[in-house]
Write a protein of this length. Structure first.
Length: 202
């Protein structure tokens, strides 16, 4: 949750990180708490105050680590579906939101890796698994369908919750992808529900 909070605070300050992955976070145990520090922020940018034209220009650049990048980040504006979405949603609010959703995608993959010990596409490049070309779109569907079947009906179990959040944060439909702020809210609610169960049990 601390990792998500760090990204949420960055977004609130107008920053998008663009290279979210476990290797870029440092963890320091302190008595009964763990402090989380973001590192290697060289690819982060301040998008506050930028115009629609400036944001579109930035969206046309491939920036990040492929294994954690959202498919639209890799495909850039060359992809017809993505290009149409950008054209349809050409407002400052929508485009700044898109940058944050791309961070959300990277966070989803990172949370999956931290909780499961491997990335969901461990043996393949993200370019393949997340539908960057039409030829391998079916592999993306198979991957996510497999995870959905694993956790169906039991999404709130501690072993499954990070898989569920991964699915929500990596939703290909940009209008339905879970934002970092919404993920933070879900995490808090889940944490509170666990505390309530423990209190009731003991």
């Amino acid at each position: 949750m601390k990792m998500t909070m760090f990204i949420k605070k960055a977004h609130e300050k107008g920053l998008v990180l663009r290279d979210i992955k476990p290797a870029n976070y440092l963890y320091k145990p302190e008595s009964d708490k763990i402090k989380v520090f973001g590192s290697d922020l060289g690819l982060s940018i301040d998008i506050s105050g930028k115009s629609v034209a400036q944001l579109k220009d930035l969206l046309g650049h491939q920036v990040g680590t492929y294994s954690y990048m959202a498919p639209e980040s890799i495909k850039s504006l060359r992809d017809t579906t993505y290009f149409k979405w950008v054209q349809k949603n050409s407002t400052v609010d929508k485009l700044t939101g898109l940058f944050r959703l791309q961070d959300s995608f990277s966070l989803g993959v990172s949370l999956y890796e931290l909780s499961q010990g491997n990335r969901p596409q461990e043996s393949c490049d993200t370019i393949c698994f997340y539908g960057s070309t039409s030829q391998i779109g079916s592999q993306c569907s198979q991957l996510k369908s497999g995870i959905q079947n694993q956790i169906k009906g039991n999404e709130q179990h501690p072993r499954n919750i990070f898989k569920y959040w991964f699915l929500m944060c990596t939703e290909p439909n940009l209008d339905n992808r879970l934002s970092v702020i919404d993920l933070m809210t879900e995490m808090r609610e889940y944490h509170e529900s666990l505390k309530a169960k423990i209190t009731t049990t003991y």
